[in-house]
Design a protein around this ligand. Structure first.
Ligand code: ZN
Length: 169
């Protein structure tokens, strides 16, 4: 992993809270299998955050984890708490169900966006949530009723392989 990464227990707490409130949407998220990081390098990155599978090489160092969950601090400085919650929810939606092959090997999977974004995020927070500090707060006083995309494509459901990740917001 890149340098400038520091553990991010607060991000983990946010994802735990999101999963508690939206268990169906985040059913594949097992926070104990995810390593949460902040990238504190001062330069803005293209992505606000990303989720990356822990690949075979990385597995030797981190055998008990499936994903890195990284927030690029410099890129989200302007985010309100509601936007941070939206971002964490978005990234957590990238975590797919484990895939088991015929030999019983389990592989972590990444879920692709079903629009340019995730339908469920856009429907709840608005298409401009990343530019709107006053967007709805998924962890606000009221639970947000989430709406699933009516029809799903055959593709765009899940994927694997390094060419697919990291997935960017
Ligand atoms: Zn994304």
């Amino acid at each position: 992993m890149a340098k400038n990464l520091v553990p991010a227990p607060d991000i983990k707490e946010t994802v735990i809270a999101l999963k508690e409130r939206y268990p169906t949407n985040l059913e594949n998220v097992d926070v104990d299998r995810i390593i949460f990081w902040r990238d504190i390098s001062p330069k803005k990155k293209r992505a606000y955050a990303y989720v990356k599978r822990i690949d075979d090489m990385d597995k030797m160092v981190n055998p008990n984890y499936d994903y890195h969950f990284v927030v690029n601090d410099a890129s989200v400085k302007h985010f309100s708490p509601a936007q941070m919650n939206g971002l964490c929810f978005h990234e957590a939606l990238h975590i797919g169900p484990p895939k088991v092959d015929s030999n019983g090997n389990v592989t972590a999977t990444i879920v692709k966006h079903d629009l340019m974004e995730f339908f469920v995020v856009v429907a709840a927070l608005g298409f401009d949530w990343e530019f709107n500090p006053a967007c709805r707060d998924l962890l606000g006083d009221e639970k947000v009723e989430l709406r699933e995309r009516p029809v799903k494509d055959e593709d765009g459901v899940e994927s694997e392989g390094p060419e697919e990740d990291p997935q960017f917001v």
